[in-house]
Design a protein around this ligand. Structure first.
Ligand code: C2E
Ligand code: MG
Ligand code: MG
Ligand code: MG
Length: 281
C-alpha cells in the first residue's frame, strides 16, 4: 500500500512538472510574436527625491499580458527570454518604446531621467554602447537624461567588455546604476573600477527593516560606503511611511515604491506625473 501511494505521488509530481515545462516552452515559443504584436510593453514607476519629494525619474519595467496565459511575471519573462536567446530582442523592443514615450516628459521637464534595465547579455556585447548612443542621438535624447541599470552578476561574467561599454556610456553622460545592490557578491573591486553613479538598494533590504535590528545599521553603513565612492543611493520597494522616513533620515538620495506609485502604463503615468507635480508644487 505504502509503495502504491508513493508511486501515485511520483506520478502527480511528474504530471505537474510536465505542465510547468509545457508552459515554459509555450512562453518561449510565443516570444517573437509577442514582441511583434506589441504585447510586451513598458510600464513606468516614478523615482522620488527624498529631500524635495519631487519626481526625478521613471524606471521602465516590462509587462507582458499573454493572450491566453495572462500576465507573465517579468522575472519569468526574462529568465525564459534569456534561455531562448531573446532577452536582447525583448530589451531592444522595450527600449525603443520607452524612449519614444518618455521623450516628451524629458523635453518638458516633467522628469529628469529615464532609467532602463539592461540585460546581462547586452552589457557584455561588444558594440552595445556605440549602438545605444547612436540611437539616442538619432532620437535627439540627451545621454545625460538616461540611466542604465545593470546587475552586479552581469559584470562579473565579463568584466572587460562590460567595463568598456560602461566607460563609453559614462563618458557620453549616461548614468550607471548598480541594481539589486545587497543581493549579489558585492564585489568591492567592481565598485571601485566601474564608473558608477548610483546604487539601487534591493527591496529585500528595505523590507527587512524593523524585522532585524542589524538592518538599520547595515543601511547606514551602505550610505557611508556610497559617500566614499561618491555615488547616490536609491532605495527600492518603499511601501510604508515608516520606511520612507527612515530612508530619508539616513541620507538616502532617491526612493521608489508602491507608497508613491506602482509601475503604471504610459497613459496612467502621464496623468500621475501631472497630478503629482501640482500636489508637490
Ligand atoms: P528591478 O529592476 O530591481 O525592478 C524593481 C522591481 O520591484 C519591479 O518588479 C517593481 O515592479 C518592483 N517594485 C517596485 N516598487 C515596489 C514596492 O513598493 N514593493 C514591492 N514588493 N515591489 C516593488 P518587476 O517589474 O516584477 O521586475 C522584476 C525584475 O525584472 C526587475 O527588477 C528587473 O531586474 C527585471 N526587469 C523588468 N523589466 C525589465 C526590462 O525591461 N529589461 C530587463 N533587462 N529587465 C527587466
Ligand atoms: Mg531596475
Ligand atoms: Mg532592483
Ligand atoms: Mg530586481
Amino acid at each position: 500500500r505504502a509503495k502504491q501511494s508513493g508511486r501515485g505521488r511520483v506520478l502527480i509530481f511528474d504530471h505537474k512538472l510536465n505542465d510547468a515545462e509545457k508552459r515554459r516552452t509555450r512562453i518561449m515559443r510565443d516570444l517573437p510574436e509577442a514582441i511583434a504584436n506589441g504585447e510586451i510593453v513598458p510600464y513606468y514607476q516614478p523615482i522620488i527625491c527624498t529631500s524635495k519629494r519631487t519626481v526625478r525619474g521613471v524606471e521602465a519595467l516590462a509587462r507582458w499580458t499573454h493572450k491566453e496565459l495572462g500576465p507573465i511575471d517579468p522575472a519569468e519573462l526574462f529568465e525564459l527570454a534569456h534561455m531562448a536567446a531573446m532577452a536582447s530582442d525583448v530589451d531592444k523592443h522595450l527600449r525603443t518604446m520607452a524612449l519614444e514615450q518618455v521623450k516628451p516628459w524629458l523635453d518638458n521637464g516633467l522628469i529628469n531621467y529615464l532609467s532602463l534595465n539592461i540585460s546581462p547579455q547586452d552589457i557584455v556585447c561588444e558594440d552595445f554602447a556605440e549602438k545605444f548612443l547612436g540611437r539616442l542621438k538619432a532620437m535627439e535624447i540627451s545621454p545625460q537624461s538616461i540611466c542604465v541599470e545593470i546587475l552586479e552578476s552581469a559584470i562579473v561574467s565579463d568584466l572587460g567588455l562590460a567595463h568598456a561599454n560602461l566607460e563609453q556610456l559614462s563618458a557620453a553622460g549616461v548614468k550607471i546604476a548598480l541594481d539589486d545592490y545587497g543581493t549579489g557578491f558585492s564585489n568591492l573591486r567592481a565598485l571601485l573600477d566601474l564608473p558608477l553613479d548610483k546604487l539601487k538598494l534591493d527591496q529585500s533590504l528595505v523590507r527587512a527593516l524593523g524585522t532585524n535590528n542589524k538592518v538599520g545599521n547595515l543601511l547606514i553603513s551602505i550610505m557611508e560606503l556610497a559617500k566614499a565612492l561618491d555615488v547616490r543611493v536609491v532605495a527600492e520597494g518603499i511601501e510604508t511611511r515608516l520606511q520612507s522616513s527612515f530612508i530619508t533620515s539616513i541620507g538616502c538620495d532617491l526612493m521608489q515604491g508602491y507608497l508613491f506609485s506602482p509601475p503604471l502604463p504610459y497613459a496612467q503615468m502621464n496623468e500621475w506625473l501631472g497630478e503629482y507635480r501640482e500636489k508637490v508644487a
